[in-house]
Unconditional design. Sequence first.
Length: 286
Amino acid sequence: MATKRRSMAEFLNAAEPGNLTVTDGLKRELPIEKLIPRKNQPRRTIDPAELESMVATVRALGIIQPIVVRPLDAPSSDYYEIVAGERRWRAAQQGGMSTVPVIIRSLDERRTALYSLAENVARSDLNPMDLARGYQRVVKEQGFSQTELAEAIGQNIKTVNRILQLLKLPETIQELIERSALTAKHGELLLGLSSAQQLEWAHRAAGQQWSVRELERQIAKSAEAAERKLPDNTTDGDTVREQALWSEQLGADVKLRYWKTGKVRIVITVTSLDEYQGVRERLGVH
Protein backbone atom coordinates (compact mmCIF):
# COMPACT_ATOMS: atom_id res chain seq x y z
CA MET A 1 0.00 0.00 0.00
CA ALA A 2 1.32 3.45 -0.91
CA THR A 3 2.64 5.60 1.93
CA LYS A 4 0.56 8.70 2.57
CA ARG A 5 2.52 11.86 1.76
CA ARG A 6 2.89 14.15 4.76
CA SER A 7 2.03 17.81 4.72
CA MET A 8 4.87 20.31 4.90
CA ALA A 9 4.05 21.18 8.52
CA GLU A 10 4.12 17.51 9.53
CA PHE A 11 7.42 17.05 7.72
CA LEU A 12 9.05 20.03 9.40
CA ASN A 13 7.79 19.11 12.85
CA ALA A 14 9.12 15.58 12.47
CA ALA A 15 12.65 16.98 12.70
CA GLU A 16 11.96 18.25 16.23
CA PRO A 17 9.19 16.35 18.02
CA GLY A 18 7.04 18.64 20.12
CA ASN A 19 7.78 21.76 18.11
CA LEU A 20 4.38 23.07 17.09
CA THR A 21 5.42 26.59 16.14
CA VAL A 22 5.22 26.03 12.40
CA THR A 23 1.68 24.64 12.35
CA ASP A 24 0.15 27.99 13.20
CA GLY A 25 1.36 31.49 13.91
CA LEU A 26 0.35 34.80 15.37
CA LYS A 27 -1.49 37.04 12.91
CA ARG A 28 -1.06 40.77 13.33
CA GLU A 29 -0.47 44.08 11.55
CA LEU A 30 3.14 45.31 11.34
CA PRO A 31 4.61 48.61 10.10
CA ILE A 32 5.75 48.05 6.55
CA GLU A 33 9.27 49.32 7.29
CA LYS A 34 9.76 46.60 9.90
CA LEU A 35 9.84 43.90 7.23
CA ILE A 36 13.10 42.95 5.48
CA PRO A 37 13.30 40.85 2.26
CA ARG A 38 14.99 37.48 2.49
CA LYS A 39 18.36 37.38 0.70
CA ASN A 40 18.11 33.79 -0.53
CA GLN A 41 14.48 33.69 -1.57
CA PRO A 42 13.70 31.36 -4.52
CA ARG A 43 12.52 34.15 -6.85
CA ARG A 44 15.43 35.92 -8.53
CA THR A 45 13.47 38.48 -10.56
CA ILE A 46 10.13 40.25 -10.21
CA ASP A 47 8.25 41.08 -13.39
CA PRO A 48 7.50 44.87 -13.38
CA ALA A 49 4.16 44.48 -15.19
CA GLU A 50 3.06 41.78 -12.76
CA LEU A 51 4.08 43.94 -9.80
CA GLU A 52 2.17 46.91 -11.23
CA SER A 53 -0.95 44.75 -11.47
CA MET A 54 -0.48 43.68 -7.84
CA VAL A 55 -0.14 47.33 -6.78
CA ALA A 56 -3.51 48.10 -8.38
CA THR A 57 -5.09 45.15 -6.56
CA VAL A 58 -3.56 46.18 -3.23
CA ARG A 59 -4.86 49.72 -3.62
CA ALA A 60 -8.35 48.44 -4.39
CA LEU A 61 -8.62 45.52 -1.95
CA GLY A 62 -5.63 45.63 0.37
CA ILE A 63 -3.49 42.54 1.01
CA ILE A 64 -5.82 39.56 1.02
CA GLN A 65 -3.28 36.89 2.01
CA PRO A 66 -0.99 37.80 4.95
CA ILE A 67 2.77 37.88 4.44
CA VAL A 68 4.65 35.14 6.29
CA VAL A 69 7.56 36.47 8.38
CA ARG A 70 9.95 35.31 11.09
CA PRO A 71 11.61 37.34 13.86
CA LEU A 72 15.21 38.29 13.16
CA ASP A 73 17.78 36.64 15.41
CA ALA A 74 19.26 39.86 16.77
CA PRO A 75 18.44 40.41 20.49
CA SER A 76 15.57 42.78 21.14
CA SER A 77 15.14 43.30 17.38
CA ASP A 78 11.68 44.34 16.31
CA TYR A 79 12.39 43.63 12.63
CA TYR A 80 11.13 40.61 10.73
CA GLU A 81 12.44 38.71 7.71
CA ILE A 82 9.96 37.95 4.91
CA VAL A 83 9.66 34.20 4.47
CA ALA A 84 6.94 34.28 1.82
CA GLY A 85 5.21 37.24 0.17
CA GLU A 86 7.92 39.68 -0.91
CA ARG A 87 5.94 40.76 -3.98
CA ARG A 88 2.92 41.55 -1.78
CA TRP A 89 5.19 43.60 0.48
CA ARG A 90 6.66 45.54 -2.46
CA ALA A 91 3.18 46.10 -3.90
CA ALA A 92 2.05 47.40 -0.51
CA GLN A 93 5.02 49.80 -0.44
CA GLN A 94 4.20 51.17 -3.88
CA GLY A 95 0.51 51.23 -3.02
CA GLY A 96 1.16 53.58 -0.10
CA MET A 97 0.25 51.19 2.76
CA SER A 98 1.81 51.94 6.14
CA THR A 99 1.04 48.57 7.76
CA VAL A 100 0.62 45.06 6.34
CA PRO A 101 -1.02 41.88 7.70
CA VAL A 102 1.50 39.19 8.59
CA ILE A 103 1.68 35.73 10.11
CA ILE A 104 4.68 35.38 12.43
CA ARG A 105 6.34 31.97 12.50
CA SER A 106 9.30 30.78 14.55
CA LEU A 107 11.44 29.07 11.92
CA ASP A 108 15.13 28.22 11.86
CA GLU A 109 17.14 28.71 8.66
CA ARG A 110 16.51 25.17 7.40
CA ARG A 111 12.76 25.44 7.88
CA THR A 112 12.68 28.97 6.48
CA ALA A 113 14.34 27.87 3.23
CA LEU A 114 11.86 25.03 2.80
CA TYR A 115 8.82 27.07 3.83
CA SER A 116 9.68 29.85 1.38
CA LEU A 117 10.15 27.36 -1.45
CA ALA A 118 7.04 25.32 -0.65
CA GLU A 119 4.84 28.42 -0.47
CA ASN A 120 5.94 29.45 -3.95
CA VAL A 121 5.46 25.91 -5.29
CA ALA A 122 1.95 25.75 -3.86
CA ARG A 123 1.07 29.07 -5.55
CA SER A 124 2.75 28.05 -8.85
CA ASP A 125 4.62 31.28 -8.30
CA LEU A 126 8.07 30.60 -9.79
CA ASN A 127 9.43 30.20 -13.29
CA PRO A 128 11.15 26.81 -13.87
CA MET A 129 14.69 28.14 -13.43
CA ASP A 130 13.92 29.95 -10.16
CA LEU A 131 12.26 26.74 -9.02
CA ALA A 132 15.32 24.66 -10.00
CA ARG A 133 17.68 27.01 -8.15
CA GLY A 134 15.38 26.96 -5.13
CA TYR A 135 15.40 23.16 -5.11
CA GLN A 136 19.18 23.09 -5.46
CA ARG A 137 19.69 25.58 -2.64
CA VAL A 138 17.55 23.59 -0.22
CA VAL A 139 19.30 20.34 -1.18
CA LYS A 140 22.85 21.72 -1.01
CA GLU A 141 22.70 24.34 1.71
CA GLN A 142 20.10 22.84 4.04
CA GLY A 143 21.06 19.19 3.75
CA PHE A 144 17.82 17.80 2.33
CA SER A 145 17.92 14.79 0.04
CA GLN A 146 15.87 15.04 -3.14
CA THR A 147 13.46 12.48 -1.70
CA GLU A 148 12.99 14.51 1.50
CA LEU A 149 12.49 17.70 -0.50
CA ALA A 150 9.93 16.05 -2.78
CA GLU A 151 7.97 14.73 0.20
CA ALA A 152 8.06 18.04 2.04
CA ILE A 153 6.73 20.13 -0.84
CA GLY A 154 4.23 17.53 -2.02
CA GLN A 155 5.95 16.75 -5.33
CA ASN A 156 6.91 13.48 -7.01
CA ILE A 157 10.65 12.70 -6.76
CA LYS A 158 10.80 12.35 -10.56
CA THR A 159 9.33 15.84 -10.93
CA VAL A 160 11.93 17.33 -8.56
CA ASN A 161 14.77 15.52 -10.37
CA ARG A 162 13.49 16.64 -13.77
CA ILE A 163 13.43 20.29 -12.65
CA LEU A 164 16.94 20.04 -11.18
CA GLN A 165 18.25 18.65 -14.48
CA LEU A 166 17.49 22.01 -16.11
CA LEU A 167 20.48 23.48 -14.26
CA LYS A 168 22.73 21.36 -16.52
CA LEU A 169 21.68 23.43 -19.53
CA PRO A 170 23.94 26.28 -20.73
CA GLU A 171 23.26 29.62 -19.04
CA THR A 172 21.95 31.07 -22.31
CA ILE A 173 19.21 28.44 -22.49
CA GLN A 174 18.40 28.87 -18.81
CA GLU A 175 17.84 32.58 -19.51
CA LEU A 176 15.49 31.73 -22.42
CA ILE A 177 13.44 29.54 -20.07
CA GLU A 178 13.51 32.23 -17.41
CA ARG A 179 12.13 34.75 -19.92
CA SER A 180 9.45 32.26 -21.02
CA ALA A 181 10.93 32.18 -24.55
CA LEU A 182 11.18 28.42 -23.96
CA THR A 183 9.38 26.15 -21.52
CA ALA A 184 10.80 23.61 -19.09
CA LYS A 185 9.62 20.89 -21.50
CA HIS A 186 11.74 22.44 -24.26
CA GLY A 187 14.68 22.34 -21.85
CA GLU A 188 14.11 18.69 -20.98
CA LEU A 189 14.13 17.80 -24.68
CA LEU A 190 17.35 19.75 -25.26
CA LEU A 191 19.14 17.91 -22.43
CA GLY A 192 19.48 14.86 -24.71
CA LEU A 193 21.67 16.80 -27.19
CA SER A 194 25.31 17.91 -27.18
CA SER A 195 26.07 21.40 -25.85
CA ALA A 196 26.54 22.83 -29.35
CA GLN A 197 23.28 21.27 -30.56
CA GLN A 198 21.46 22.49 -27.46
CA LEU A 199 22.34 26.11 -28.21
CA GLU A 200 21.55 25.82 -31.92
CA TRP A 201 18.13 24.23 -31.41
CA ALA A 202 17.25 26.44 -28.44
CA HIS A 203 17.76 29.63 -30.46
CA ARG A 204 15.85 28.20 -33.43
CA ALA A 205 12.94 27.10 -31.23
CA ALA A 206 12.79 30.43 -29.40
CA GLY A 207 13.18 32.50 -32.56
CA GLN A 208 10.45 30.64 -34.44
CA GLN A 209 8.28 30.06 -31.36
CA TRP A 210 8.15 26.30 -31.84
CA SER A 211 6.03 24.15 -29.57
CA VAL A 212 7.77 21.28 -27.79
CA ARG A 213 6.28 18.84 -30.29
CA GLU A 214 7.52 20.91 -33.24
CA LEU A 215 11.03 21.10 -31.75
CA GLU A 216 11.01 17.34 -31.27
CA ARG A 217 9.87 16.87 -34.89
CA GLN A 218 12.56 19.19 -36.25
CA ILE A 219 15.33 17.49 -34.27
CA ALA A 220 14.20 14.05 -35.45
CA LYS A 221 13.96 15.28 -39.05
CA SER A 222 17.50 16.70 -38.88
CA ALA A 223 18.89 13.49 -37.36
CA GLU A 224 17.30 11.36 -40.09
CA ALA A 225 18.72 13.62 -42.81
CA ALA A 226 22.20 13.40 -41.27
CA GLU A 227 22.01 9.61 -41.12
CA ARG A 228 21.06 9.39 -44.78
CA LYS A 229 24.21 11.31 -45.73
CA LEU A 230 26.47 8.76 -44.02
CA PRO A 231 27.87 5.93 -46.20
CA ASP A 232 26.28 2.51 -45.83
CA ASN A 233 28.85 0.09 -44.40
CA THR A 234 26.88 -3.16 -44.73
CA THR A 235 29.32 -4.43 -47.38
CA ASP A 236 32.18 -4.42 -44.85
CA GLY A 237 33.37 -7.98 -44.17
CA ASP A 238 33.31 -7.66 -40.38
CA THR A 239 29.81 -6.22 -40.46
CA VAL A 240 28.57 -9.06 -42.66
CA ARG A 241 29.99 -11.64 -40.24
CA GLU A 242 28.43 -9.84 -37.26
CA GLN A 243 25.05 -9.78 -39.00
CA ALA A 244 25.30 -13.50 -39.69
CA LEU A 245 26.05 -14.23 -36.01
CA TRP A 246 23.12 -12.14 -34.84
CA SER A 247 20.79 -13.71 -37.37
CA GLU A 248 21.84 -17.22 -36.34
CA GLN A 249 21.40 -16.53 -32.64
CA LEU A 250 18.00 -14.86 -33.02
CA GLY A 251 16.59 -16.95 -35.83
CA ALA A 252 15.67 -13.83 -37.83
CA ASP A 253 17.17 -11.46 -40.36
CA VAL A 254 19.44 -8.89 -38.63
CA LYS A 255 21.07 -5.83 -40.19
CA LEU A 256 23.71 -3.68 -38.48
CA ARG A 257 24.72 -0.13 -39.26
CA TYR A 258 27.64 1.72 -37.70
CA TRP A 259 28.31 5.46 -37.48
CA LYS A 260 31.58 7.26 -36.84
CA THR A 261 30.11 8.63 -33.60
CA GLY A 262 29.99 5.09 -32.19
CA LYS A 263 26.26 4.74 -32.68
CA VAL A 264 25.08 1.30 -33.86
CA ARG A 265 21.62 0.52 -35.22
CA ILE A 266 20.36 -3.07 -35.01
CA VAL A 267 17.37 -3.85 -37.21
CA ILE A 268 15.61 -7.19 -36.65
CA THR A 269 13.10 -8.23 -39.30
CA VAL A 270 10.61 -11.05 -38.71
CA THR A 271 8.17 -12.51 -41.20
CA SER A 272 5.59 -13.96 -38.81
CA LEU A 273 4.20 -13.64 -35.30
CA ASP A 274 5.75 -17.00 -34.37
CA GLU A 275 9.16 -15.76 -35.48
CA TYR A 276 8.60 -12.59 -33.42
CA GLN A 277 7.79 -14.64 -30.31
CA GLY A 278 10.92 -16.71 -30.91
CA VAL A 279 13.09 -13.58 -30.99
CA ARG A 280 11.48 -12.36 -27.75
CA GLU A 281 12.28 -15.65 -26.01
CA ARG A 282 15.90 -15.69 -27.22
CA LEU A 283 16.35 -12.12 -25.98
CA GLY A 284 14.78 -12.98 -22.64
CA VAL A 285 11.89 -10.54 -23.04
CA HIS A 286 8.94 -11.66 -20.94
